[in-house]
Design a protein around this ligand. Structure first.
Ligand SMILES: Cc1ncc(COP(=O)(O)O)c(C=O)c1O
Length: 373
């Protein structure tokens, strides 16, 4: 199998563990094992006594029950636990797709969501985001126009990385109508669900479409990336069987200690999501004051959901060159748009971390030092 480099991961590989001011991260503030165990009485003792043997391929049954309860129609049998969100993206695409299938992918989007399909030999069409007067928007009519006789799959990421756009309930319903009419699967990466700025929870695709597949993970809205626990949810039992058989070739099963900690965290889902949404909201207030100070330099649309936004910077220097200099000279990390193969001087900013204000201050210092403001 030949697959192109994952640009975002290559870029993070260079800077994520050395740059002191991470101003672009897409995961919310994390927690220690201690803090997770403290969420539940007696959990510490139970954790220390937990077994380190193999676990069930589809995931611990109790964990699958807790995950299925996040949805309205899922049962534990509709869930397959995986390693993070990356393994299930890779496995699902390899299970479903064949060379010469046509795939439609939202754009911009996290690279693996279309690159794995490319590597299989599929033709991928982009359903591109547009900049409207009120912010980002997706035109559903354009999505339908992209459909071909051999279209097998529509890939979505809602809430979206990098734009922070989230499909409304009405848009989700409209997409389901189109997909059903053309008998197309819909894979929706929903790893940023749970931290909606308007407080309104959108439906999961797995609940509202028989050929819908929802991707969830502990890494993003929960901030627990180190657990490497993610999952796929779908009503399609045949697909579930195939995903289990595919997992025999990848991770086989998840880490028992991680499954245990994920269960504790998900039992206290509301508390963790509330904490993370509060951090995002506080950081967004600080960001708005900052961007209002420099209206000529930046075009800022805050996220509708999730901890990231895609911001335009009006300058002559290409954005990748600017971001390289910024991290080298000031230690502030921003993600340039070319990482998403997106043209234009945009960068991704992340609002989920507790040291956001300090990192933003360093960014502002740099702009002053270089006389951008
Ligand atoms: C939209 C999206 N999907 C999947 C992933 C991969 O998540 P994980 O690190 O949990 O595998 C990411 C990580 O940034 C992401 O942004």
């Amino acid at each position: 199998m030949k697959i192109k480099d994952f640009k975002l991961e290559v870029f993070f590989g260079k800077h994520e563990f050395t740059a002191p001011y991470l101003l672009t991260q897409s995961d919310c503030a994390s927690m220690s094992i201690h803090e997770v165990l403290d969420l539940e009485q007696d959990a510490k003792e139970e954790f220390l006594n937990s077994w380190l043997g193999y676990t069930e391929v589809s995931g611990n049954p109790e964990l699958r029950k807790i995950i299925s309860d996040l949805y309205t129609t899922m049962t534990p049998e509709n869930i397959v636990v995986h390693a993070g969100a990356q393994e299930p993206i890779f496995n699902f695409m390899n299970v479903l797709l064949e060379k010469d299938d046509h795939v439609i992918s939202q754009f911009p989007i996290y690279q693996s969501l279309f690159e794995v399909a490319n590597s299989i030999g599929c033709e991928v069409s982009k359903w591109s985001i547009e900049q409207g007067e009120e912010g980002w928007l997706f035109d559903i009519n354009k999505l339908e126009k992209l459909i071909q006789p051999n279209t097998k799959l529509i890939v979505l990421n809602s809430p979206n990385n990098p734009t922070g756009y989230t499909l409304t309930k009405e848009e989700i319903e409209a997409i389901v109508v189109i997909a059903r009419k053309h008998d197309i699967y819909v894979f929706c990466d929903e790893v940023y669900k749970g931290v909606e700025l308007d407080g309104s929870k959108r439906p999961w695709f797995a609940d509202c479409y028989e050929k819908g597949i929802s991707l969830g993970v502990m890494s993003k809205s929960y901030g627990l990336a180190g657990l490497r626990i993610g999952w796929l949810a779908t009503q399609d039992n045949e697909l579930i069987e195939k995903l289990i058989k595919m997992k025999h070739y990848t991770s086989i099963c998840s880490s028992g200690p991680s499954e245990f900690l994920a269960m504790i965290a998900l039992k206290h889902s509301d508390q963790i999501l509330e904490r993370n949404l509060k951090i995002i909201k506080e950081n967004l207030k600080i960001a708005e004051v900052f961007f209002n100070r420099y209206p000529n330099l930046f075009e800022f649309n805050g996220p509708m959901a999730g901890p990231v936004a895609f911001i335009k910077m009006n300058m002559d220097m290409p954005i990748d060159e600017f971001c390289d200099k910024l991290v080298e000279e000031k230690g502030v990390l921003l993600l340039p748009a070319n990482i998403y193969a997106f043209s234009g001087n945009y960068f991704r900013m992340g609002f989920g971390r507790e040291n956001f204000a300090e990192s933003l201050e360093k960014f502002e210092e740099y702009l002053v030092e270089k006389k951008y403001v």
